[in-house]
Design a binder for this molecule. Structure first.
Ligand SMILES: [Zn+2]
Length: 279
């Protein structure tokens, strides 16, 4: 999965900030695959790429280096430089630490997260989450991965918003790897009003990855709904029905539909045991 990819080549007129008819310059941009194979070589390539890009510019602000080539000789020089960049993965922008934190033992997050468009249709919000989360550092690195947790909420106006994701949580040893779990936030701060949480959401860094029993256990539910997705963006929804004498329901998102996959029977709500339905 190594090697640079020229993802955008375009021509435009420019010279010393002044446009000159007929004179062209070429912009070349290097980008890399968003996921690396979970192997020592893949991880090494990822580190090499990020180190290379950091040497040429601040990777937090741009998707990749841009080379401005103004003359045939410079164009050759630029092409050589481009070929020499050892990219293996797209650099990603971390979530700013000022958008999440601990208050006592609880995690708080800010909202709304600008990466997600708010909507009156909560499924439109849910469908945007996984692709945005998977651009964050280590979101798909399996045993070496980082989980992200956030909240879907409203301000009482019928519009659903997603909070920033938080990476805060315990580190879990998985053999020689150190995976970072996330702790679902309980508190959302939105400068425009009082946030009313509707669901929590979180990612798993593998694919495929079902909800765990802990994800389904009654005493670990915070809100009405729990949304989870794996690194392949299979999205799952749990409706625990904690205060009702009816089974909890598990769904998977297929296209624009929620498909029922199983129940958590009333006697199993404490343990989170899952009973699949025959499709
Ligand atoms: Zn989970």
């Amino acid at each position: 999965m190594g090697g640079c990819i020229a993802v955008r080549v375009r021509l435009r007129r420019q010279s010393s900030g002044r446009k000159i008819p007929g004179k062209t310059s070429r912009h070349l941009q290097c980008s890399c695959p968003s996921q690396v194979p979970d192997t020592p070589r893949g991880r090494s390539q990822e580190r090499g790429c990020l180190a290379t890009l950091r040497g040429s510019q601040d990777t937090r602000d741009r998707p990749g280096p841009v080379l401005l080539v103004k003359s045939p000789s410079m164009r050759r020089w630029g092409a050589a430089l481009l070929a020499g960049l050892a990219c293996a993965s797209e650099p990603s922008r971390p979530v700013e630490p000022s958008n999440y934190g601990y208050k006592g033992k609880e995690v708080w997050v800010n909202g709304p997260w600008p990466a997600i468009t708010s909507s009156r249709d909560v499924d439109e919000v849910i469908d945007q989450l996984c692709p945005a989360i998977m651009k964050l550092p280590r979101a798909a690195w399996r045993d070496y991965g980082q989980e992200y947790c956030g909240v879907i909420y409203s301000l009482g106006d019928g519009i659903y918003r997603a909070s920033y994701p938080s990476p805060l949580g315990p580190t879990v040893l998985v053999g020689p790897a150190k995976r970072k779990q996330c702790q679902p936030p309980r508190i959302v701060h939105d400068a425009l009003g009082r946030a009313v949480p509707w669901a929590d959401y979180h990612s798993h860094p593998w694919v495929p990855s079902e909800m765990t029993e802990d994800d389904r256990r009654a005493n670990l539910q915070l809100f009405h709904i729990r949304i989870q997705f794996d690194a392949g963006c299979t999205v799952m929804k749990l409706i625990p029905y904690l205060s009702e004498d009816r089974p909890g329901e598990m769904y998977v998102r297929r296209g624009k539909q929620w498909v029922l996959t199983g129940h958590i029977l009333p006697e199993d709500k404490r343990s989170g045991r899952f009973t699949p339905v025959d499709e």
